[in-house]
Ligand binder design. Structure first.
Ligand SMILES: CCCCCCCCCCCCCCCC(=O)SCCNC(=O)CCNC(=O)[C@H](O)C(C)(C)COP(=O)(O)OP(=O)(O)OC[C@H]1O[C@@H](n2cnc3c(N)ncnc32)[C@H](O)[C@@H]1OP(=O)(O)O
Ligand SMILES: Cc1cc2nc3c(=O)[nH]c(=O)nc-3n(C[C@H](O)[C@H](O)[C@H](O)COP(=O)(O)OP(=O)(O)OC[C@H]3O[C@@H](n4cnc5c(N)ncnc54)[C@H](O)[C@@H]3O)c2cc1C
Length: 658
C-alpha cells in the first residue's frame, strides 16, 4: 500500500478544495450534468425530492456512517436496528411513504430489509381483509416480518415444509433475514395439504415470537446462521417449525383459499403464488444492484483521474491512470452498463406495473413473460454488475482493496444478489424454458408475447456493415444481437428435440442442453437490453448534449458485448473476421471519446460523499489525505495486547543478543 504518499499532502491542508486533476475533468463536460441527473431521477422534481430526503437523512447523526468500516457484527446490527427504528419516526415526521426514496438514501444500512418483502407478499398475495389487518400493523412496526422460503436442504421452493389443514406443520430450516433477534412474524412458503391431498406451494403468515416478551412461540426454534461475507447488519436466521398451529385465515388468499369445510378454491394460475419473487426480483435491481455499480464507477473513475502513475511519453509528468487505454477498457464499459441497466430497469418496472394491473383484474396472461424477463434480467444484471464492481475494485490497485475505499463492501454485498432471490443459473434456466416454449409456438405460427416475437423472424442473412462507422449504427448492432439470440435459442431447441426424438428421456435431454440454454437466455436479455438502450436514446431530447453522450454509451455497451463474445457473433458467419476488426476499431475509438466525459458521467449519479463513504471517491478528489485521516480512526492503531504478550518478549530477547 502506498500510504506513504500522504507525505506529499500534509494532513488536512487541502481538504475542502477540489483536487485540480479532478476539477479540470469537470470543465470540459459535453453535456449538462444537472440535466442528466434529472433524466436518471425521472424529472427535476424527483431530483429535488431525492436530494431533500438525502439531506434530511445525512444531517441526522443517528444515520451517520462514520466508523462503519471499523464496527463489529453486533455493532453493525445494533446500529442498523437503531437506524430502522429512527427511520420510522422520521418517516412519520416528514410524511415519507414506504415506497419513497428514503431507503435508497440509506441503502445497505437499515435493518428489517425483509420486513419489506413480508409486506410485499401480503400486499400482492393477500385478500383485501388480510391486507386491512396486517399492513397497518406492519407499517407501524407493531410486528416485524421476515420471509422464510429457502430450506436447509432445498433452495428451490418449499420441498419439505408443509401445512396440513387442521392438522400439523412440518419443520423448516430456511435462510431468512431479520429473524435471529428481530422478526416476530414471517411469511412461510409451504406445501398445502387438505384432507391428505397436496395443492402445491402456498404462502402462510406465521407468528414466531410473542409480541409481549419476544420469546419464541411454541414449536418454533430460531437462531442466527453465523458469520457471512457481508450483511453483518442483518440477522439472517434459521427457523424450525414443528407442530405449529396457525389459523386458516393466515394462508394468503387473494387467489387461493381453503374454506372452513376444507374446500380448496383457486382463481387463475397456481403460479401466482410465486408472484412475490417476481416483484422482488425487479424491485431489488435499482437499489441493491445498480446503485452499487454506480457507486463503484464513481469511486474508481474519480480516483483514476487523481491517481498518477508512470509516464505516457518520456519527459512528461506522470499520467492520470484513466489516460491508459487499458484502464479505460476496464472502467468505461462498466459505466455504459450502469446506464444500459438503468434504462432496462425502467422497462421492467413499467412491464411489472402493467402486468400487476392485469393480475389484479385476475388476468394472468402476462405472468409467463413477466416471470421470464424478471428471472433472466435479475440474473444477467446481478452477474454483470457484480463483475463490474470487482473490476472497479481491482482498477484502483492497492487502495481499492482497503475497506476505506468503500469498494470491498460494495463487492461482498452485491455478490449475494447473484444468489438470493433465486440463484442465477436457476433463473436463467427459467427464462430459457419460456424461450424454448415460445420458439416452438412461434415456429408453429402461434402468437407469442411481445418480447419474443422476434424469435419467429429467423433470418439467415449476413451482417451488412462495410466499415467501422457502420458499427455505430444501432440497427446494425441490434440486428447482430438479435441474430445471435435467435440462433442460440433455435439451435438449442433443435438439439432438445433431436435428443428426445432419439429416445432420450425429456428430463435428461433438458439437462444435456442446459449450458446452451443458459447461453440462449443471456443472449435474449442482452439483445433486449441493447435494443431498449438504442430505443431510449432515440427518444431523448437532443438538447444539452445528453442524447449524444447517451448514444456513445449505448454504442459502447453494444460493442463491448460483441468484442467480449466474438465467438457467438462469428459462429455461423453472420459477422466476418474482417467485420470483427471493424467492431474492435470502433469500440476502441469510443473509449477515447467517452473518457473525456467520464467524470461528468459519474457526477450525474449524484451521490453525496456521505453516501459513497469512500476515501477514494469523494467529490473533491482529496484521496490521499482522506485515506490518511481515516486510517487514524482504526482501532488497530491502539497498542494491541499482542505486544505485551508476544512481541515484547520476542523483541527483548532479540535485543539482548544485539
Ligand atoms: C419488496 C420491496 C422491496 C424490494 C427490495 C427489498 C430489498 C431486498 C434486498 C435483498 C433481499 C434479499 C432477499 C433474499 C430473499 C430470498 O432469497 S427468499 C428466497 C427466494 N428463493 C427463490 O427465489 C427460489 C428460486 N427458485 C425458484 O424460483 C424455483 O426453484 C423455481 C425456479 C421457480 C422452480 O420451482 P418449480 O416449481 O420446481 O419450477 P418448475 O417446475 O421449473 O416450474 C414450474 C412452472 O412455474 C413457472 N414459474 C416458476 N416461477 C414462477 C414465477 N415466479 N412466476 C410465474 N411462473 C413461475 C415456471 O415457468 C413453470 O411454468 P411451466 O413451464 O410449467 O408453464
Ligand atoms: C444474503 C442472503 C440472504 C438470503 N435471505 C433469504 C431469506 O430472507 N429468505 C429465504 O427464504 N432465503 C434467503 N436466502 C436464500 C437464497 O434464496 C438461496 O440461497 C437461493 O435461492 C439459492 O438456493 P440454495 O442456496 O439452496 O442453492 P442451490 O439451489 O443448492 O444451488 C447450489 C448450486 O447448484 C446449482 N443448481 C441447483 N439446482 C439446479 C438445477 N436444477 N439445475 C442446474 N443447477 C442447479 C446452482 O446453480 C448452484 O450453482 C438468502 C441468501 C443469501 C445469500
Amino acid at each position: 500500500m502506498a500510504l506513504l504518499e500522504t507525505s506529499k499532502y500534509p494532513q488536512g491542508s487541502v481538504l475542502g478544495s477540489v483536487n485540480p486533476d479532478l476539477a479540470s475533468e469537470r470543465q470540459t463536460a459535453s453535456f449538462s450534468v444537472e440535466k442528466l441527473t434529472a433524466l436518471l431521477d425521472g424529472g427535476t422534481e424527483q431530483t429535488r425530492i431525492r436530494r431533500a430526503v438525502v439531506e434530511a437523512i445525512e444531517s441526522d447523526p443517528v444515520f451517520s456512517r462514520e466508523n462503519q468500516y471499523f464496527q463489529t457484527q453486533n455493532e453493525r446490527y445494533e446500529s442498523a436496528v437503531r437506524k430502522a427504528v429512527h427511520l420510522q419516526k422520521k418517516m412519520h415526521e416528514m410524511g415519507w411513504t414506504e415506497n419513497g426514496p428514503e431507503y435508497k438514501a440509506l441503502a445497505g444500512d437499515v435493518a428489517f430489509l425483509l420486513h419489506r418483502v413480508f409486506m410485499r407478499s401480503i400486499s400482492v398475495l393477500g385478500s383485501d381483509k388480510q391486507i386491512a389487518k396486517w399492513i397497518p400493523l406492519a407499517t407501524q412496526h407493531k410486528l416485524i416480518g421476515s420471509y422464510a422460503q429457502t430450506e436447509l436442504g432445498h433452495g428451490k421452493v418449499a420441498g419439505k415444509t408443509a401445512f396440513l389443514y387442521d392438522t400439523r406443520l412440518q419443520p423448516k430450516f430456511p435462510w431468512e433475514f431479520d429473524s435471529k433477534l428481530s422478526a416476530t412474524h414471517t411469511v412461510v412458503f409451504a406445501q398445502l395439504y387438505v384432507h391428505g391431498k397436496c395443492y402445491g406451494i402456498h404462502p402462510f403468515i406465521v407468528q414466531i415470537r410473542s409480541l409481549q416478551d419476544h420469546s419464541l412461540c411454541p414449536g418454533v426454534t430460531a437462531g442466527d446462521i453465523g458469520p457471512k461475507m457481508n450483511f453483518e447488519h442483518i440477522d439472517n436466521g434459521y427457523l424450525l417449525l414443528k407442530n405449529v398451529h396457525i389459523p386458516r385465515e393466515n394462508m394468503l388468499s387473494k387467489f387461493c383459499e381453503v374454506r372452513p369445510d376444507g374446500t380448496y378454491v383457486r382463481q387463475g394460475s397456481q403460479k401466482i403464488n410465486y408472484f412475490t419473487m417476481t416483484t422482488v426480483r425487479i424491485s431489488l435491481i435499482s437499489d441493491e444492484v445498480l446503485t452499487p455499480l454506480m457507486k463503484a464507477c464513481t469511486i474508481a473513475i474519480r480516483y483514476s483521474v487523481v491517481r498518477r502513475q508512470s509516464k505516457l511519453k518520456p519527459g512528461e509528468q506522470e499520467a492520470k491512470i484513466l489516460d491508459y487505454q487499458t484502464q479505460q477498457e476496464k472502467l468505461l464499459p462498466q459505466l455504459a452498463a450502469a446506464y444500459a441497466f438503468h434504462f432496462i430497469n425502467d422497462y421492467l418496472q413499467e412491464l411489472l406495473n402493467r402486468g400487476y394491473i392485469e393480475i389484479q383484474k385476475k388476468n394472468f396472461d402476462m405472468l409467463p413473460e413477466l416471470h421470464a424477463l424478471s428471472s433472466g434480467f435479475k440474473a444477467v444484471i446481478t452477474q454483470h454488475c457484480t463483475a463490474g464492481v470487482e473490476i472497479c475494485l481491482r482498477a484502483c490497485g492497492g487502495h481499492g482493496y482497503s475497506l476505506l475505499s468503500g469498494l470491498p463492501s460494495l463487492y461482498t454485498k452485491i455478490l449475494a444478489s447473484c444468489i438470493y432471490e433465486g440463484e442465477n443459473t436457476i433463473l436463467l434456466l427459467q427464462a430459457a424454458r419460456f424461450l424454448i416454449k415460445c420458439f416452438m409456438a412461434a415456429s408453429a405460427g402461434q402468437p407469442v408475447p411481445p418480447s419474443v416475437t422476434y424469435l419467429a423472424a429467423v433470418k439467415h442473412g449476413k451482417c451488412p456493415a462495410k466499415n467501422k462507422l457502420d458499427f455505430l449504427s444501432p440497427d446494425i448492432y441490434t440486428e447482430a444481437y438479435q441474430h445471435v439470440a435467435v440462433r442460440l435459442t433455435s439451435s438449442t431447441a433443435e438439439k432438445l428435440q433431436d435428443l428426445i426424438q432419439s429416445g432420450v428421456n425429456k428430463h435428461d435431454a433438458w439437462n444435456q442442453c442446459t449450458v446452451q440454454l443458459v447461453q440462449a437466455a443471456k443472449a435474449h436479455c442482452h439483445y433486449i437490453a441493447v435494443k431498449n438502450f438504442a430505443e431510449t436514446v432515440e427518444k431523448l431530447e437532443t438538447k444539452a448534449g445528453i442524447q449524444k453522450i447517451m448514444k456513445h454509451l449505448c454504442d459502447l455497451f453494444a460493442l463491448h458485448g460483441i468484442f467480449s463474445n466474438t465467438g457467438a457473433f462469428l459462429h455461423d458467419g453472420y459477422t466476418s473476421p474482417a467485420q470483427m476488426d471493424m467492431v474492435t476499431a470502433s469500440y476502441l475509438d469510443l473509449l477515447a471519446v467517452i473518457r473525456k466525459d467520464a467524470v461528468p458521467l459519474v457526477d450525474a449519479f449524484d451521490f453525496t460523499d456521505k453516501t459513497l463513504n469512500s476515501a477514494l471517491g469523494s467529490y473533491d478528489g482529496q484521496v490521499y489525505q482522506r485515506l490518511y485521516q481515516w486510517a487514524q480512526k482504526s482501532p488497530t492503531n491502539q497498542m494491541s495486547p499482542a505486544y505485551e504478550t508476544y512481541l515484547k518478549p520476542l523483541l527483548h530477547n532479540t535485543l539482548s543478543k544485539l
